[in-house]
Design a protein around this ligand. Structure first.
Ligand SMILES: [Zn+2]
Length: 78
């Protein structure tokens, strides 16, 4: 099962520490609440924040659209 990282979108949690990882089957519905404290969470796409492990070309190969910022509010499809 893939491992997903989540963080609370608001508040703090003594149970999960505000950030936690969960093993979930691909077929599982998206997790919206911490199973421990029931506060809203969002999935953390940690791999996209670390270009050392995922390059833009890898992202493109995986089918993602890579946008280059041209200026204020302008983006170009790569
Ligand atoms: Zn929690």
């Amino acid at each position: 099962m893939p491992l997903y990282e989540y963080e609370l979108t608001e508040g703090d949690c003594a149970v999960c520490g505000g950030k936690f990882t969960l093993c979930r089957p691909l077929s599982a519905p998206p997790l919206t609440k911490c199973p421990a404290c029931k506060k809203p969470v969002r999935k953390v796409w940690s791999s996209f924040n670390s270009p050392k492990t995922v390059s833009f070309s890898d992202a493109k190969k995986a089918g993602f659209t890579v946008l280059k910022r041209l200026g204020k509010g302008e983006y170009e499809r790569q």
